[in-house]
Write a protein that binds this ligand. Sequence first.
Ligand SMILES: [Zn+2]
Length: 459
Amino acid sequence: MAADRRTVIENCSIATVDAQDTEYGNGHVVLAGNRIESLGAGRAPDGLENVERRIDATGHLVTPGLVNTHHHFYQWITRGLATDHNLFDWLVALYPTWARIDEQMVRAAAQGSLAMMARGGVTTAMDHHYVFPKGSGDLSGAIIGAARDMGVRFTLARGSMDRSEKDGGLPPDFAVETLEGALAATEQTVGQHHDASFDAMTQVAVAPCSPFSVSTELMRQGAELARRLGVRLHTHGSETVEEEKFCHELFGMGPTDYFESTGWLGEDVWMAHCVHMNDSDIDAFARTGTGVAHCPSSNARLAAGIARVPDMLRAGVPVGLGVDGTASNESGELHTELRNALLINRLGAHREAALNARQALRLGTHGGAQVLGRASQIGSLEPGKLADLVLWKLDTLAHASIADPVTALVFGAAAPVTASLVNGRQIVEDGRLLHADEDAIARSTREEAQRLARIAAQG
Ligand SMILES: [Zn+2]
């Protein structure tokens, strides 16, 4: 086999986000094939063979690629609607439109969602997709294909809903699957697309939507299915006070106790939001290794509240960051969530001691890798790990007068991405996608959003 071709990146600041938070003010990174071979202070060692490319990264900070841990791609074509609603009212307003999606719409929406994140430094994305109208085509295949085409590492959380209005749930009857249908389709998706290898580009998780749209039996059997297949589990939890009330009324217990009773706490589980958690809920997550996808902008947009991230981190709960669906976070970017996570948590109980810049960067990188079950492969810059990294340009008007690069990245304006690499392959150059046409995606997402609005208006 031919020796792996090397890429050398030099003259940059580096935040490795390893266990010691090692940083280099002026350092180098050597990539070989799809792995990080070495990194350190100063110039790269002399005499390296098979160097295909040398990048002079003067004025840049290099970090691990950002990892998004919660999203709903299809919502890209229903952004900017129900803008003054809380979660339950917003869901009830949008379900009838969402129930009309088809494969062509979902493909365009996935491209829009992925493009927006990728050009902002996301190298690993996820999509929690849970709306599968009858006869809507191969939605999972369309989503996975969009990620593959763009070159982004990806986890599809194959969602489901089977508790509609007639069973006390929130979605309309025509928007849900049957228990058996959802389980069979989920197992089929895992079989067809899940790759368990170290450098997998596509993984699949089992992901019933939420306590208020899923039967207890689907929660239970979904957990059993995931463990039988050896894949991860994902759902929404403890997002709002209304959800807490719903759980007490329907199940006689709060969300975390309900999750525990259905097999949904464990180190193979990560949950979106977790805003309304008391001390014993946080202890239960820490004790079981259950992860959290913190979505600060979405929580603010829907007036859900402030998740207790500092308390979770102190207790040892794995926490990553999420954009959440873009019907509740129209920006669709993750790099701005580093800043939002930091600022919003400082409005909570711990005030200025809530989070610092390095903790925020860790949430968006290593923390995300942890909750997706991939911390041994991605999320920090260390020899042997996969070559997923971002070169942030910090020497322009927006950041040049801030001395500390991590402070500039997190506290400053959204930093331009000069290059983003996934699996050793460059996917972004000077803020533009290399393997997708942004303008064509903008056009098709507008057309599909208009087509969906027309169909939904017909009822
Ligand atoms: Zn969500």
